[in-house]
Design a protein around this ligand. Structure first.
Ligand SMILES: [Zn+2]
Length: 410
């Protein structure tokens, strides 16, 4: 929970719709930049490991975000938040499309929040927005450790170790200290990756425990730690788990187990690697039942799935679980053809398409790269297309063979 409790005397945040006055010179770009700045500030606050250790002054991105919001509110003739705690309340009580400044239509799903009102934690859309801002620590660590792991495995010519690494990130987002220490001895080759793993798995923050308990509880679906809510419940941070209905409690981690403490993957890896990885594993299983030969995370993670269909056509598929099609489109480009493929897809979970009727349109309108060869589809659509076993192949190979960064991470 973000360490910015309401202070006595703070006014109750506005919840009624805000009518933005005509603001001369206000552009969509200003709205995006300010929203990204706020999201980055909230992610910084969310990374504070223990609310009790939080000290002033606020980190620079947090103070900058507050300053930007106050100035904008004055411009928009709205009551500004007067402190960071008020800004936190603001973001937990007002949906993005009802903040005191306009943001471009389609940037975020209608009614979505920067902070989860029940946990005061940054939402998935908040992390997506922050990804384009000043890199919070966990993002830097996550990117570097993933790149290091791929490079180490490539240098050692150990694709099986890389596969074991990606499976670990998907299947075990939480490890005890003892498990983390003994992983290298389990014959998986993970002893090669001790350094990246120690960077990716960090001690779980105290904010994942309810105030009156020392127990961490994992989600029964995705195995990440559940968050305590303001009404003393537990909830998963993944939208994909929430749509399944009632929270399913999984394994409990107790500090008195003498197991070296509880460690959890950094949030960017949970959101952009573990979560989509669960869906990529499920998609691979469905495609194999249709007779396809599927390779997960080929060539050290070049892309998500290489699918060789019975008819001989090959696909490169990546599951993308992003709230914002606009932000997703900003990084849209076909993966490098290693291994080669005939068609390439970004497959989106149904929940994303249902939450935003403009999803496909926003993706088309905001693609900035050579997206025409990259096809955005729903996961179910992709399975239906595989069942039809297309026979005509459209060339999707990179004409230049120019190396591009590996896809599938952030
Ligand atoms: Zn979950």
């Amino acid at each position: 929970m973000i360490p910015a409790p309401r202070q006595p005397g703070d006014p109750t945040p506005r919840t009624a719709p805000f009518e933005h006055p005509a603001a001369p010179g206000w552009s969509d770009r200003q709205g995006v930049l300010l929203l990204r700045g706020i999201a980055t500030a909230l992610v910084h606050l969310g990374e504070v490991p223990n609310p009790g250790t939080f000290t002033l002054p606020y980190p620079a991105p947090v103070q900058q975000a507050l300053d930007g919001v106050v100035l904008t509110c004055l411009l928009m003739r709205a009551q500004p938040p007067e402190s960071v705690p008020q800004l936190v309340e603001w973001c937990a009580n007002l949906p993005i499309d009802n903040l005191a400044f306009p943001v471009p239509v389609g940037l975020a799903p209608p009614g979505s929040f920067l902070l989860d009102p029940t946990t005061r934690q940054p939402t998935q859309i908040c992390h997506e927005l922050a990804l384009g801002g000043i890199d919070p620590t966990a993002q830097q660590v996550g990117r570097q450790a993933m790149a290091d792991a791929a490079e180490i495995c490539r240098d050692d010519d150990s694709p099986d170790t890389y596969l074991a690494f990606r499976e670990l990130l998907v299947n075990r987002p939480v490890l005890t200290g003892r498990e983390l220490a003994t992983l290298p001895n389990e014959g998986t080759g993970l002893d090669l990756l001790t350094a990246p793993l120690r960077a990716l798995y960090i001690p779980a923050a105290a904010s994942y425990r309810a105030p009156d308990t020392t127990v961490y509880t994992a989600c029964g679906h995705c195995r990440a730690l559940l968050h305590p809510t303001v009404d003393r419940g537990l909830v998963c941070e993944r939208d994909a788990c929430r749509v399944l209905g009632e929270v399913e409690r999984g394994r409990e981690y107790r500090p008195d187990d003498n197991d070296g403490g509880t460690h959890q993957l950094v949030r960017p890896i949970r959101q952009w690697v573990s979560g989509p990885g669960i869906m990529e594993q499920g998609l691979a299983a469905r495609l194999r039942k249709l007779g396809a030969v599927v390779q997960l995370w080929p060539s050290y993670g070049t892309y998500g799935l290489h699918v060789l269909l019975p008819g001989g056509q090959s696909w490169a598929v990546e599951v993308k679980d992003w709230s914002s099609a606009t932000l997703l489109a900003g990084s849209a480009r076909p993966p490098i053809p290693d291994p080669p493929y005939d068609r390439c897809f970004w497959a989106v979970p149904r929940v994303r398409l249902q939450a935003d009727a403009r999803y496909r349109r926003s993706f088309r309108e905001h693609g900035t790269g050579p997206t025409s060869r990259l096809e955005l589809v729903g996961i179910e659509e992709l399975v239906r297309a595989a069942r039809r076993e297309p026979t005509a192949a459209s060339d999707c190979r990179s004409p230049s063979g120019r190396p591009l960064p590996p896809e599938g991470l952030f």
